[in-house]
Design a protein around this ligand. Structure first.
Ligand code: 0X9
Ligand code: ZN
Length: 426
């Protein structure tokens, strides 16, 4: 494997220097901001920035804490630096040219697709398209007809099929408890579908070793909730940072944040009614087909469903309800017990430090209308958002990081699942 990466690194270096085209992110910089105290100055400065969406993007995660990451347009960098100095906010430059990073990655991904065509198994060498992922789960269902089942649960706005894979141990016992996992809510968070695919692979192809995970529980997995957005981010370096779905929502703006579109305290906090914003909540709750599919899926498993897990990036966080308010539910101890289990298992396996806690105070912002709160409110006793680790400029771990991240995520998910299985026996 190491030789592959070395060859690829060399060929991409020579390619990318010659072929580098400028793109939308040419000259954008990413700054890491910090302020000695948990600072009002930083929060005020950031809230000014986010108003100017064409020049700035404050990356989600730790928005209101004492550090933040901000991507800044080249025309605004002088003003930005002055604003930070005036507010006594320290900054480091994390990435000097986002455009260059993205176009190199684009080239690498193009080559990896040629080097590792789909051959019936999805390895961890590269990122896969929605079609390949659907093909893979189709193939698994064909190969293991007694223990793997597919269901078409809906269609994205652009007409891509949303399919769940249900993984069982093949004992034909009905109405077992259920663990429901989804990925790919946010288009650019590619490591999320990758982790869902690895989870599927391990549960199906390593079923003997994981027999305890399938004894009294079935697993239902929807690997790409937002395939239109996911495919759009694969088109070019210009589109790589897209977050939302792809349905035009006004004359000049496209897409809704599917994780603000759920019908639970919809649009009350941390969401926008401006169709051009990255956190646009939609015209009304469940206006978007992709969110509605997940909502229906959640409802269809209430009672049997004991654990809902939605995979996002980034931040290395395990977040539990509530995410729409800073209050915590009565069963916070149960939630925390399971979350800590995941955090500790990952720490022990790889040394990666996850933070586990209530969503709003851990990620430092409230966001209403998300799927985790919806599932918890609907009756899933354990409902988490897992923010996988950052890579590249944040949302774009290079392909060479996939293997490490998805295996580590598997360790965390299975540790949490085992605790859930013990807590909620059939
Ligand atoms: O903001 C989000 O939708 C999630 N973070 S991300 O960077 N992947 O976009 C966090 C959602 C946490 N859950 C709730 N706020 N309910
Ligand atoms: Zn996300």
């Amino acid at each position: 494997m190491a030789v592959w990466w070395l060859l690829l690194a060399l060929s991409c270096l020579s390619f990318s220097d010659g072929l580098q085209k400028s793109n939308k992110y040419e000259g954008f910089k990413i700054y890491q901001l910090s302020s000695k105290a948990r600072s009002v100055a930083l929060e005020e400065a950031l809230s000014e920035l986010v108003k100017n969406a064409s020049y700035y993007e404050v990356f989600p995660g730790f928005k209101g804490g004492n550090s933040a990451k901000v991507m800044v347009h080249p025309d605004e960098q002088v003003n930005f630096v002055k604003l930070m100095d005036d507010n006594n906010v320290d900054y480091d430059i994390l990435n000097r040219n986002v455009g260059l990073t993205l176009s190199r990655q684009f080239e690498t991904n193009r080559m990896l697709r040629q080097w590792f065509p789909y051959n019936g198994r999805l390895g961890t060498e590269r990122y896969y398209s929605h079609d390949e992922i659907n093909q893979y789960i189709e193939d698994l269902a064909g190969k293991y007809p007694t223990r793997v089942f597919l269901k078409t649960v809906g269609k994205s706005y652009e007409g891509r099929w949303l399919k769940t894979i249900t993984i069982t141990n093949g004992d034909a016992r009905r109405n077992k408890n259920v663990i429901l996992v989804d990925g790919g809510f946010h288009a650019r968070e590619w490591i999320s579908p990758a982790a869902a695919v690895y989870l599927i692979d391990q549960l199906v192809n390593n079923s003997q070793e994981n027999a305890d995970l399938l004894q009294d529980f079935d697993w239902v997995i929807l690997p790409v909730v937002n395939p239109d957005g996911y495919e759009y981010t694969q088109l070019s370096a210009d589109t790589r940072m897209w977050r939302k779905t792809r349905r035009p929502s006004s004359n000049d703006c496209i897409g809704t944040d599917p994780n603000r579109n759920f019908d639970f305290h919809w649009n009350e906090e941390g969401a926008s009614l401006d169709p051009c914003d990255n956190t646009y909540a939609g015209a009304k709750a469940f206006s978007e087909p992709e969110a509605l599919v997940v909502g229906d899926l959640i409802h269809s498993y209430v009672g049997r469903g004991k654990f809902y897990l939605t995979l996002h990036s980034y931040g290395s966080l395990i977040l539990y309800p509530w995410g729409w308010t800073a209050a915590v539910p009565d069963t916070v101890e149960d939630l925390d017990e399971v979350a800590q289990e995941g955090k500790n298992a990952i720490l022990e396996a790889t040394g990666t430090v996850y933070t586990a806690g209530p969503s709003t105070t851990t990620i430092n912002y409230a966001a209403a209308g998300a799927s985790d709160d919806y599932a918890f409110n609907a009756g899933f006793p354990i409902s988490f958002t897992m923010e996988l680790p950052a890579g590249g400029t944040g949302f774009d771990p290079p392909a060479s990081d996939i293997d490490h991240i998805v295996k580590e995520t598997w360790v965390g998910i299975t540790a949490m699942a085992r605790r859930v299985i013990k807590k909620y026996p059939l």
